[in-house]
Design a protein around this ligand. Structure first.
Ligand SMILES: *[C@@H]1O[C@H](CO)[C@@H](O)[C@H](O)[C@H]1NC(C)=O
Ligand SMILES: *[C@@H]1O[C@H](CO)[C@@H](O)[C@H](O)[C@H]1NC(C)=O
Ligand SMILES: *[C@@H]1O[C@H](CO)[C@@H](O)[C@H](O)[C@H]1NC(C)=O
Ligand SMILES: *[C@@H]1O[C@H](CO)[C@@H](O)[C@H](O)[C@H]1NC(C)=O
Ligand SMILES: *[C@@H]1O[C@H](CO)[C@@H](O)[C@H](O)[C@H]1NC(C)=O
Ligand SMILES: *[C@@H]1O[C@H](CO)[C@@H](O)[C@H](O)[C@H]1NC(C)=O
Ligand SMILES: *[C@@H]1O[C@H](CO)[C@@H](O)[C@H](O)[C@H]1NC(C)=O
Length: 784
């Protein structure tokens, strides 16, 4: 969502009725059918105005000081809904945890950690009184390395992102909190993501993502299908247009694809101010407008306009009932009607302080009260996940893990605490970020205020002190780049250099380099120090032109790991845990190698329809793009990452079909459930390989299964190979384990645009298991 920079946000002082809630332990969800029946009964008791109230939001007000709210209906005991950002912690709050960002989560390749993070996130939202978490995100996926919001989601591979969506939705909702899977769909660039108005009043429309049907299904829609299958309560339509019409008014993607094909039973909510019309959106399938009654622009399209549209017959009462029922179904399904904590009273004061600063006239609306501290023991899990999402890209001369070294230096402006305090306020108008301070999360609505932050400097200093060592430091990157190191004596045994690349909602990155003279900083550090270890904090893809420098002995890509960033890293450096992360994207050797550029039009743009993004590369993004361009070598490929031990895989790969030969098309008689045809989700094959720890330490192997569909029986545009399975297994020294990958019908199918269905092609399918997209160790072919 967008959040105003000042001035236009009106927080209503109208006190809503304070309704006491009991914090009951969430019970297992009701079935969709049971919940739907309750919702129908509820909606049948409402007046038209009340129904419209359920589907028209507002910014926080009174006792529901949330970034989005649905007003209570007191006579029926409905307390209203509080919606909060999302997706890596309760935004604009105090007493909350800053969890790892989506890209870090994807880098763990670990289903358990994905689920547990979701559960802990959900617990914090619930304890803060937020019914709805605005996340997880699978859009953008990362078509463009420069995308400002790539870090919020799970990377450019749909299978990995799909698993992460599924585990996140399940975890968050197990805490009784609704998920809003976002941003649907094709929201791949921030540049012109919303419409703009020229000085002469001409409205220049938002970027249009023009995506063909097959690419939509096999790439951008795929992780949303997982989210729906896992029971996501809601889906958020994005700012951009799709094939020329605004996402929130596109009946093809909302009604046909999401509600009919994927059988999505929950509600579609608009991104904040992404609604541009009344009946066009309502009839296309939008169920809830946000923020609604008090938009930043002052314009909203549901509320009274929707009542008029109903009265004039432009939107049917049947449709309004459906909208209201859909909004209420997840509320009943997750048991939010049987006791839910009231919003934390500190939320209002925080919302005002955060947005306008202290001394704003709005401050008088909300007295400052201590926040509810809802963090519990979540720091432990954040520390574990931060380490598990750290990818070791290079390790020579036995640089890592550290053993008996005693003389260290910490270099770089990414190592210490941020000098500007607990929150990265930078929003949209500047993709540079703050100069001084570590980056553990990006900017925009997805950022989270730090109640606690353990910087790399703090954790490393503590460790070095505990072993009686010596730590020197230099944080000013200009001083480092300058290369004179006047303050350093003697030359440390180990130089830890921290680099960062900031990214934020609202603006795309200017480039994909590390910032603040990073390359010069690496080169001058390496000149000083033959044992230079580079640690990076990035939102995803970032160039490393210095990777092959002889004195850079190790590289750790730590992404945006959340508030325990320093501890997570120290655990990896000293080998308390091994680096078990693997890249959830490809690092190219040059920016131009990565794939389609952003659409950036030179000013002045006068044609209202000028912003068009044709997704002509189809599915060929990230590793599929490198595979399709023979000879284009990445620096570090998708799925890559080193360990402190080594692994071998047996050359045999065994494929077993479940239930005999496969029909090409799903069995429709099995019916439909959230996620689409039930049969698409049945296991049709099991692949088995053996893996051995052949090194000298316990470690985690991340086995990856790729498949190639036959070339001559699939249409043009089929990727060379696609990920269709992964397992992370912990192995003791010399231990061998049999690892199984279960393949679902969808995993072996392509989307047939003619008959609009998934088809398993005739001919041999190639199954390939390995340790990265370019490190295949075992394969076999099977004609299904
Ligand atoms: C928005 O307006 C509608 C009707 O105009 C009203 O019923 C509803 O309560 C309002 N919502 C909020 C959150 O103020
Ligand atoms: C976007 O378009 C709508 C009309 O659909 C208009 O009301 C709004 O002011 C425009 N927003 C901007 C920022 O130009
Ligand atoms: C968008 O247009 C392409 C090309 O005409 C078509 O294949 C696709 O089905 C359209 N998608 C939607 C959602 O309308
Ligand atoms: C540190 O340990 C390594 C072997 O692990 C050894 O070769 C080296 O001499 C030791 N260095 C110091 C300073 O003790
Ligand atoms: C560092 O980068 C800035 C611009 O980002 C530049 O103005 C400055 O000269 C650089 N410093 C050095 C030492 O290269
Ligand atoms: C690497 O370190 C050695 C020893 O300090 C130095 O002589 C050499 O120039 C360094 N190489 C680079 C590329 O900085
Ligand atoms: C894995 O190892 C077991 C035991 O050595 C062996 O029986 C089995 O055939 C192996 N499986 C594969 C796929 O290599």
């Amino acid at each position: 969502m967008r959040f105003p920079k000042g001035g236009s946000l009106i927080l209503f002082a109208t006190a809503l009725q304070y309704i006491l809630a009991v914090d009951a332990i969430p019970r297992p969800p009701l079935s969709w059918a049971e919940a739907s029946e309750k919702a129908s009964t509820f909606v049948s008791q409402l007046t038209t105005v009340e129904k419209v109230g359920l589907v028209t939001g507002a910014y926080g007000s009174g006792l529901l000081p949330c970034v989005g709210t649905i007003a209570p209906i007191e006579r029926l005991g409905f307390d209203g809904l509080c919606l909060s950002d999302g997706p890596a912690g309760v935004a604009r709050s105090d007493g909350v945890s800053v969890f790892a960002s989506g890209i870090t989560v994807a880098a763990t390749w670990d289903r358990r950690l994905m689920y547990e993070r979701g559960l802990a996130l959900g617990q914090e939202f619930r304890a803060k009184g937020s019914h709805v978490l605005l996340g997880p995100s699978a859009g953008p996926m990362g078509r463009h390395a420069r995308g400002g919001r790539n870090w919020e989601g799970f990377g450019p591979d749909p299978y990995l992102a799909g698993v992460a969506m599924s585990e996140s939705v399940s975890g968050i909702q197990a805490a009784g909190v609704q998920t809003v899977s976002k941003h649907y769909i094709g929201n791949e660039q921030e540049t012109q993501r919303v419409n703009s108005t020229r000085d002469d009043g001409t409205i220049i429309e938002a970027i249009s993502a023009n995506i063909d049907d097959r690419t939509l299904h096999e790439l951008y829609l795929w992780p949303f299908a997982n989210a729906v299958h896992a029971g996501t309560s809601s889906v958020m339509c994005g700012y951009n247009r799709v094939n020329g019409s605004y996402s929130c008014a596109n009946s093809e993607i909302l009604r046909k694809v999401l509600k009919e094909e994927l059988a999505f039973p929950g509600y579609i909510v608009s991104d904040w101010d992404a609604t541009h019309s009344t009946e066009d959106t309502a009839n296309a399938g939008l169920d809830m407008e946000m923020p609604g009654n008090s938009t930043v622009s002052g314009t909203y399209y549901f509320g009274d306009s929707l009542i008029q549209a109903i009265n004039a017959g432009r939107v049917s009462m049947v449709r309004l009932d459906d909208m209201a029922r859909r909004v209420m179904v997840p509320y009943f399904r997750l048991g939010q009607d049987v006791g839910f904590p009231t919003p934390d009273p500190s939320s209002g004061a925080l919302l005002v302080t955060y947005t306008y600063g202290r001394g704003s006239p709005l401050s008088s609306l909300y007295p400052e009260v201590p926040a509810r501290d809802v963090r519990g023991n979540h720091a432990r899990g954040i520390r574990e996940l931060g380490a598990a999402g750290t990818v070791l890209l290079k390790n020579v001369n036995g640089a890592l893990p550290l053993t008996n070294e005693t003389s260290f230096a910490v270099f770089g402006n990414d190592a210490p605490d941020p000098t500007l305090g607990s929150v990265y306020l930078v929003y949209g108008d500047d993709a540079v970020g703050n100069e001084m301070g570590t980056l553990d999360i990006g900017g925009g609505s997805g950022t989270v205020r730090h109640t606690n932050l353990v910087s790399p400097l703090e954790a490393i200093r503590k460790k070095v002190t505990s072993i009686g060592g010596r730590l020197q430091w230099l944080f000013d990157n200009k001083e480092i780049a300058d290369g004179r190191f006047r303050s350093i004596y003697p030359v440390p045994q180990v130089c830890l250099l921290f680099l960062k690349a900031f990214a934020t909602e609202g603006i795309d990155r200017a480039d994909i380099d590390f910032q603040w003279n990073a390359t010069m900083a690496v080169e001058s550090t390496a000149e000083l120090c033959p044992n230079t270890i580079v640690v990076t904090h990035s939102p995803g893809v970032a160039l490393m032109p210095w990777a092959e420098n002889e004195n850079v002995t190790a590289i750790l890509a730590a992404h945006y790991p959340g508030e325990e960033t320093g501890n997570s890293l120290a655990d990896v450096l000293w080998g308390v845990v091994e680096p078990s992360g693997r890249l959830p994207y490809t690092i190219p050797r040059a920016a131009s190698h990565y794939g389609p550029p952003l659409v950036e039009l030179p000013e002045p743009v006068t044609d209202p329809n000028a912003w068009q993004a044709d997704f002509v590369e189809g599915q060929m993004i990230d590793y599929r793009h490198f595979d399709a361009n023979v000879g284009l070598e990445p620096l570090y490929e998708f799925g890559f990452g080193l360990s402190y031990t080594s692994f071998e895989m047996g050359q045999a790969l065994h494929v077993e079909l479940v239930g005999g030969p496969l029909e090409p098309v799903a069995d429709h008689s099995k019916g439909t459930a959230p996620g689409g045809l039930i049969d698409l989700w049945s296991t049709v094959a099991v692949v088995t390989v053996n893996v051995t720890n052949s090194g000298h330490r316990k470690g985690s192997a991340v086995l990856q299964l790729y498949i190639s569909l036959p070339e001559d029986t699939t249409p043009a545009g089929t990727p060379v190979k696609v990920l269709r399975g992964f397992e992370k297994v912990v192995l003791k020294v010399d231990e061998t384990r049999k690892v199984k990958f279960k393949l679902l019908r969808r995993d072996l199918s392509y989307w047939d645009v003619v008959n609009k269905q998934w088809i398993i092609p005739k001919g041999p399918i190639r199954f390939m298991a390995g340790f990265s997209s370019r490190d295949i160790r075992a394969s076999s072919e099977l004609t299904v």
